[in-house]
Write a protein of this length. Structure first.
Lengths: 115, 113
């Protein structure tokens, strides 16, 4: 089945220790997104790639970076995780933008714990 | 203008009952309104979606009702089942490349056996 795969499912890192989360997709979608979701909250968009074009949300901290080396893979790098960065990180894809003919497909997320 | 307000935050329904979740929006340019269902430990999954040119869309036990003049839309789950217990998010966007979804705050639904 075509899907969005996130690894690892659970990640524990130490305060200030860089961490990388990964996402791969078999849907061949043009757009890949990273969302942060804290407990009992809606997903919050951090940034997205439309093909190779990177689009950062205005309120995404500089501590968060992303790489998309090819169509299938996208990485989220947290340079110096703080306790407030503990959350579920969701990767999503869409064929073009988000719309009726281009819905979002989410992975099952990586739950990040910062100790 | 970009906000989507969702209510209630939590909902408890008996098995077989009707679950109703409401959303309201401000931006009249929105033209795509999806609902996502999220189970604990999983990513959100598209449940059903509607465009503003229709007032209702039904898929199985799930129905979206859309009121364009009131700028409101709602999800109705008929014959609610314990397996429907999840968090539901409404969302809205423009049906155009490059535009992002605006999510509502979510509703945690519990269906009691």
């Amino acid at each position: 089945d075509a899907m969005v795969i996130q690894n690892p499912r659970y990640q524990v890192t130490q305060f200030g220790k860089p961490v990388t989360l990964s996402c791969s997709q078999t849907l061949n979608h043009n757009v890949m997104y990273w969302y942060q979701q804290k407990s009992s909250q809606a997903p919050k968009l951090l940034f997205h790639y439309y093909d190779k074009d990177f689009n950062n949300e205005a309120d995404t901290p500089d501590n968060f970076q992303s790489r998309r080396p090819n169509t299938s893979f996208c990485f989220l790098d947290i340079r110096s995780p703080g306790l407030g960065d503990a959350a579920m990180y969701l990767c999503a894809t869409s064929r073009t933008g988000t719309g009726f003919n281009s819905p979002l497909h989410f992975g099952n997320g990586t739950r990040l714990t910062v100790t | 203008q970009q906000q989507v307000k969702q209510s209630p935050q939590s909902l408890i329904v008996q098995k077989g009952g009707i679950s109703i979740i409401n959303c309201a929006y401000e931006n009249t340019a929105f033209d795509y309104f999806p609902w996502y269902q999220q189970f604990p430990g999983k990513g959100p999954a598209l449940l059903i979606a509607i465009r503003p040119d229709v007032s209702e869309k039904k898929e199985g036990r799930f129905t979206i009702s859309f009121n364009k003049s009131a700028k409101q839309f709602s999800l109705h789950i008929m014959d609610s089942q314990p397996g429907d217990s999840a968090t539901y998010f409404c969302a809205a966007t423009y049906n155009n490349a490059g535009n992002m979804l605006t999510f509502g705050g979510g509703t945690r639904l519990m269906v009691k056996p």
